[in-house]
Design a protein around this ligand. Structure first.
Ligand SMILES: *Cc1c(COP(=O)(O)O)cnc(C)c1O
Length: 353
């Protein structure tokens, strides 16, 4: 706290990202990065972008990327917004749709950035409890609200809602914007993008950080009807006209154009997730059904915080949230087969019994 700060800064409660350890030998299964790496075509497109053209500002509209994403999702380019990671896209959506004085609704267990944006923008919010199996009950959201946001699949549980349930959610709150954060949808879910033409209150956000293995590039997007996209553009152009640099725009567009790499690597993650779930269950873990590139698991006889610390000593990093209801769970990203093996070998060594 300093006399130079604007008064509200002392009250901010910032997001705490998962550890990015400096030791490269660690088996890193804590931030849901994709172990397969980005499309080689995307890497080549980024290399081609490095040169004299970097003296010029990038395209502020991101037109080529919007066209590539629109072609992939089967929408029009004016239904696409692009930003510096979906975190930035979400921030603009909170400001643009949820700062209306009425409470925003989101699950009690969800992406921990949502309450942070509420704090930054002064948005009142209410959390809605997941059921005892850690599932979202869409009926519980049919009550007065100034907006709804949820991740599908949810984070950090990995549990998936069907498109029929998303539709019931949209129908229950036709006068507020419903943001569906689909950071993990490509690992087994059905995207709600197919609903945007029928629901003017739906905004779907996506990221290239997980299924396209470009977390380091910082590219995210939103898809909705053009008037929702226009609000995001107005905010973006009041904040930073160039959130995506030339390298990011080139790499992200090429990533959408390479379906073969994308589909092959998503399928590999799904297959290894299923294998990992079976092995963890064999060690006595209870594992929530996951449609994401991570699993959420607890052991009935071992404290999760202690397990995470013991794994760290064996060079395996997983995520543990010191939060009510989920303090006994570990969130484990699906890694390469040898990384998953290292995790399972370390757990085996603890004689979980
Ligand atoms: C990873 C993640 C994001 C953020 O993605 P970026 O595009 O890397 O900013 C958003 N929502 C959820 C639920 C996530 O897990």
């Amino acid at each position: 706290m300093s006399k130079f700060w604007s008064p509200f800064v002392k009250d901010l409660v910032p997001y705490v990202p998962g550890e990015q350890p400096k030791l490269s030998r660690l088996v890193k299964l804590n931030t849901n990065e994709n172990p397969y790496g980005p499309s080689p075509l995307a890497v080549a497109a980024m290399r081609d972008e490095i040169g004299d053209s970097l003296r010029l500002y990038p395209d502020p509209t991101g037109e080529r990327l919007k066209r590539a994403a629109a072609a992939y999702y089967g929408v029009r380019p004016e239904q696409v917004f692009v930003g510096n990671g979906s975190d930035e896209v979400l921030a603009h959506a909170f400001y643009g749709f949820f700062k209306n004085g009425r409470p925003l609704l989101f699950p009690d267990i969800s992406y921990s950035f949502y309450p942070v944006y509420c704090g930054l923008y002064g948005i009142p919010h209410e959390t809605v409890a997941l059921d005892e199996r850690f599932r979202i009950r869409v009926e519980d959201y049919a009550r007065p609200n100034g907006g709804i946001i949820l991740a599908n699949p949810n984070a950090p549980t990995g549990c998936l809602l069907s498109l029929a349930e998303i539709e019931r959610l949209l129908q229950g709150s036709p006068d507020s914007v419903v943001v569906v954060d689909e950071a993990y949808i490509d690992f087994g879910g059905e995207s709600a993008v197919t609903l945007v033409d029928r629901y003017p209150n739906l905004l779907v956000t996506q990221t290239l950080s997980k299924s396209r293995s470009l977390a380091g590039l910082r590219v995210g997007l939103a898809i909705g009807q053009p008037d929702l996209i226009e609000a995001l553009e107005r905010i973006k152009n009041s904040f930073n006209s160039y959130p995506l640099d030339r390298i990011a725009l080139a790499g992200a567009a090429a990533s959408f154009e390479d379906r073969v790499h994308f589909e092959r690597t998503c399928q590999a993650v799904i297959a290894h997730r299923e294998h990992l779930v079976g092995e963890l269950q064999g060690l006595g873990f209870e594992v929530l059904p996951s449609a994401a590139n991570f699993v959420f698991a607890r052991h009935p006889r071992r404290d999760a915080g202690e397990l995470a610390a013991a794994l760290r000593e064996q060079g395996v990093v997983v995520r543990h949230f010191k939060q009510a209801r989920i303090a006994q769970f570990l969130r484990i990203s699906v890694g390469l087969p040898e990384q998953n093996r290292a995790l399972l070998d370390a757990l085996q060594g603890f004689h979980l019994g």
